[in-house]
Design a protein around this ligand. Structure first.
Ligand SMILES: [Fe+2]
Length: 220
């Protein structure tokens, strides 16, 4: 059988999560993020080196709240090393979000971040890494649709805006980014190891494992 991938694409994970619960956290998150804007100096989001347009900003303006802390210095390839990560002080501040995260189909969690921008600037289209055999298991999700988040096929330049509250997507063989929205925008990404039950639904390919979300999206 020829494996069929699809780009640009994302796997809509809304059928697997409690969307009503997620949406109910919107005001809670907004209030706490606004509080941080006033007092905290959160780390700037760095896109990494794999940009669609090399002249676009590596530091597009978004900030990160780390809900987990790594035992080691920041290294992108540690984000699913679940043994390294433990809840941060911010996990207490965002305890209701953490209760929701506990319902997601992860056996263990690694890096957990809230990405926010007070003025909703565009996020530069980028790939997360270039290791085709490395497939990060993560769930990207949001309480509202204020962030125009998209996937982009490098072959055709075609853009696909995410229309769901949650998604898993190929971060290696396509680009992703966000258009400017003008107002406070935020989303959450949790990396880890999916449960065996959840993994059993995923058509992991024998080669180019990072394309698993694109294969799964094509199967819908
Ligand atoms: Fe990314």
């Amino acid at each position: 059988m020829i494996e069929r991938r699809q780009y640009p694409s994302y796997k809509d994970l809304d059928p697997f999560i409690d969307v009503a619960w997620l949406k109910s956290l919107d005001g809670y998150l907004r209030e706490r993020i606004e509080r941080r804007l006033a007092v905290a100096h959160d780390l700037a989001f760095y896109t990494g080196p794999f940009l669609l347009d090399e002249k676009a900003p590596y530091l597009p303006g978004s900030r990160l709240v780390y809900l987990a802390t790594s035992a080691r210095e920041e290294n992108y390839y540690d984000l699913d090393r679940t043994d390294l990560w433990s809840p941060s002080d911010e996990a207490d501040e965002f305890s209701e979000l953490m209760a929701f995260i506990a319902t997601l189909p992860f056996r263990e969690t690694g890096r957990m971040i809230i990405m926010y921008d007070s003025s909703g600037r565009a996020v530069t289209a980028h790939r997360d890494h270039d290791s085709a055999e490395l497939c990060h298991e993560f769930i990207w999700f949001r309480t509202n649709f204020n962030k125009p988040f998209y996937m982009l096929d490098p072959e055709t330049g075609e853009k696909l805006h995410v229309g769901s509250h949650s998604a898993w997507f190929d971060t290696v063989n396509q680009y992703h980014g966000a258009d400017a929205s003008g107002g406070l925008s935020f989303s959450i990404r949790v990396d880890g190891i999916f449960t065996d039950e959840f993994r059993s639904r995923i058509p992991f390919p024998k080669e180019n494992r990072s394309a698993a979300p694109a294969l799964w999206a094509a199967a819908d």
